[in-house]
Design a protein around this ligand. Structure first.
Ligand SMILES: [Ca+2]
Length: 462
């Protein structure tokens, strides 16, 4: 349905005829460009949608496996939206797949129990992930797809996955219960992704996974992502990271809260492709809070494989059974890390070696890394063999203004309230990040008091 059709309908209101009144009555039940959908006709509604249309789903249980192959336009997106509060799309390989479409918004629908993904968004003609052996280079990417206020739960592999899509936004969604892999997966050279205000929890693998996927064609790099105000917890029972960043460059991560996860916290890494050109470079990691309970998790912060020229400031890194943090020698070029709260529990390291129990790649490489540390003047602790001296780290000019080894003092850890309590070392420890981080995760303006706080919350009045 088009706007033109509906406008014609409203013009009929002026006709004082029986037919005109009937037409006006029928038209009044619709808003401009609205196609009402039921479990019986949703696929045909999607097949008929035109730019500017809203496909409005009435409450009910929809049998999944829907497919949209039609695009909106700039200023006239196709919107697929729930009319009420209990619209559920259940099952299918993908409960909803958007293939090769641009300018589409999906709003306020629940997608569950799919055999692959709750929502799968991909460009036409490009290989799906995982894929080995490259792909086409001449086909355009789809773009400007927004998933908003949706719930994606109990899907086998992914809650939401995108492949070769630029300007992909996930805003205000809950992605949980992915049984094998991740909550949100931005894959395959997709630039300008925005992941904002999402709740990501109880996924077996990563919470949020952003991976340029060089094996899948394109330039194999994700650039200019903005990841902010996400709450990520209880992910990673099968491994991975709460925030997994691979082959990602020039991106900004601010005001995210990662807590009570089971594998890594925040990971910047390179995995496939060309390490020199496709590693995770020039990323900004500001005002995030990473928290593990005692004895749980791996590292709060892990940087490996030429993740160079990154800036990490005003963060809180607490816990990690392998260490609060590990930054590999290959990541030190251009590293600007400071004004962080770094803490671990009694008996747990502040700065450990990633290889202990970690199997990111097939080759070990520990001897080479030991040589690299020694070349930089570091000598791993003789008793543990894997611990790097935090004092030496600071002596080398890293985390000069950070607070190291002092308990962070959150408001109420048991209730997952990670606001800073009065007297927390994170209050006013941060550096001024200006318009790059103007507020906290609650929207409170920064700074309060004389300076920025560390972590995702700015303490009001301080
Ligand atoms: Ca402050």
């Amino acid at each position: 349905m088009t706007n033109t059709t509906v406008m014609t309908g409203f013009s009929m209101v002026t006709l004082v005829t029986a037919a005109g009144l009937l037409f006006a009555f029928l038209s009044a039940s619709l808003t401009a460009g609205t196609i009402k959908a039921t479990p019986e006709n949703l696929q045909s509604a999607l097949d008929a949608a035109e730019p500017g249309d809203t496909v409005l789903l009435e409450d009910g249980l929809y049998r999944g496996g829907f497919h949209l192959a039609r695009s909106g336009k700039e200023g006239a997106p196709i919107t697929i939206k729930a009319a009420g509060a209990s619209c559920v799309v259940d099952g299918g390989d993908n409960a909803l797949q958007l293939e090769g479409v641009s300018w589409v918004t999906v709003d306020s629908i629940r997608f569950q129990n799919a055999r692959v993904a709750g929502i799968y968004v991909r460009s036409r003609g490009w290989p799906e992930a995982p894929h080995q052996g490259g792909g086409p280079s001449h086909l355009p990417f789809a773009s400007h797809v927004t998933i908003r206020n949706c719930v994606c739960t109990d899907n086998a592999k992914w809650g939401i996955i995108t492949s070769h899509i630029d300007h992909f936004t996930v805003d205000g969604c809950e992605t949980c219960g992915s049984k094998i892999q991740h909550g949100i997966y931005v894959a395959n050279s997709s630039d300008y992704a925005v992941l904002r205000n999402n709740i990501v929890h109880h996924n077996a693998g990563n919470g949020i996974h952003i991976n340029g996927d060089p094996d899948c064609g394109g330039n194999g790099i994700i650039r200019w992502a903005l990841v902010e105000n996400n709450r990520i917890f209880e992910n990673g029972k099968l491994g991975g990271s709460a925030m997994s960043i691979m082959q990602v460059q020039d991106s900004l991560f601010r005001n995210n809260l990662l807590y009570n996860n089971y594998a890594h916290g925040f990971t910047l890494f390179w995995y496939t492709g060309d390490e020199a050109t496709q590693s995770s470079k020039r990323n900004q990691v500001y005002n995030n809070t990473v928290f593990f309970r005692p004895g749980e998790g791996r590292f709060s912060l892990l940087m490996r494989r030429s993740s160079t020229d990154c800036k990490l400031k005003n963060n809180v890194f607490v816990g990690g059974a392998r260490g609060a943090m590990y930054v590999e020698p290959s990541c030190l070029d251009g590293l600007d890390i400071d004004h962080n709260v770094i803490f671990n529990y009694p008996g747990q390291r502040l700065f450990g070696d990633a290889l202990e129990g970690v199997n990111f790649d097939s080759e070990d490489g520990s001897a080479e890394r030991l040589d690299a540390w020694r070349a930089l003047g570091f000598e791993p602790d003789a008793s543990s063999g894997v611990e790097i001296s935090m004092a030496k780290w600071v002596e080398k000019g890293f985390d000069l203004h950070s607070t190291i080894g002092v308990a962070p003092q959150f408001a109420d850890v048991e209730k997952a309230d990670f606001h800073l309590a009065a007297g927390s070392p994170g209050v006013d420890l941060g550096t001024d990040l200006g318009e790059i981080v103007p507020t906290d995760i609650d929207g409170t303006p920064r700074p309060q008091g004389p300076r920025y706080d560390c972590g995702c919350y700015e303490r009001k009045g301080d």
